[in-house]
Design a protein around this ligand. Structure first.
Ligand code: HEM
Ligand code: HEM
Length: 162
């Protein structure tokens, strides 16, 4: 088997999907609870009790997505870029992820309320659009396969080549 280094091994791909799905699910669930399911506390409306651990899980999933993004740069992105394949949707996906990380950082450290609100809204919009962009990226990428050899997927033993 002569894998071209752009396609991912099944374990690698499962980790990537798992981390993004976890970030997406926890972020979306937090947002739904925060906006539509407030509870009433002693002093009026209070956050839903699940929000606290959802955002903690979200932070953990977000860190994993960064590790997995890093793991794509050396082979998947570099080789696809050099081969001139799927650059547009790949570049957009990279930009989305960069902005997600940047706005996530701002959510942690922004001092002003208005900056925090802008970062939060931007972050949420990018996050909600991410699955669709990833699906399109994979579909467009598949169409750029140069020949039948690229149908081959690396085995888990080939995982080191991405
Ligand atoms: C955030 C960054 C990126 C993520 C999360 C990502 C993720 C993925 C995933 C999961 C696949 C499906 C792989 C498979 O089925 O084995 C894929 C396919 C592909 N990606 Fe990316 N990608 C990213 C960036 C890029 C960039 C920057 C490029 C181009 C320069 C690129 C080019 C491709 C190509 C050509 C395919 C099709 C491979 C094939 O099916 O033969 N990707 N990408
Ligand atoms: C995949 C889709 C994603 C969705 C739907 C999503 C959604 C959210 C939401 C709703 C919040 C709370 C915003 C607020 O407090 O106003 C949040 C916080 C955050 N997100 Fe995401 N997010 C996603 C992906 C990511 C990724 C990829 C990263 C990192 C690279 C990330 C990092 C963060 C960080 C650091 C916070 C702040 C946590 C805190 O306040 O303790 N998120 N996200």
């Amino acid at each position: 088997m002569q894998p071209n280094g752009v396609r991912l091994g099944s374990t690698h791909r499962a980790w990537l999907f798992g981390a993004f799905a976890a970030a997406f699910a926890t972020g979306t669930a937090w947002w739904v609870l925060h906006h539509w399911f407030p509870t009433s506390g002693e002093f009026g409306a209070a956050p839903h009790p699940a929000e606290h651990w959802l955002i903690r899980l979200h932070g953990a999933a977000a860190l994993f997505t960064l590790v997995l993004l890093g793991s794509l740069l050396t082979h998947h992105v570099r080789r696809a870029w050099l081969a001139g394949r799927n650059r547009r949707s790949g570049g957009l996906l990279l930009a989305f992820n960069g902005l997600l990380a940047l706005t996530g950082y701002a959510l942690y450290y922004a001092g002003s309320e208005s900056l925090r609100a802008t970062a939060g809204n931007t972050h949420l919009a990018l996050g909600l659009a991410l699955p669709l962009l990833l699906i399109l990226h994979m579909a467009f990428g598949r169409r750029t396969r140069p020949n039948a050899e690229d149908e081959l997927r690396p085995t888990d033993e080939d995982e080191s080549i991405g």
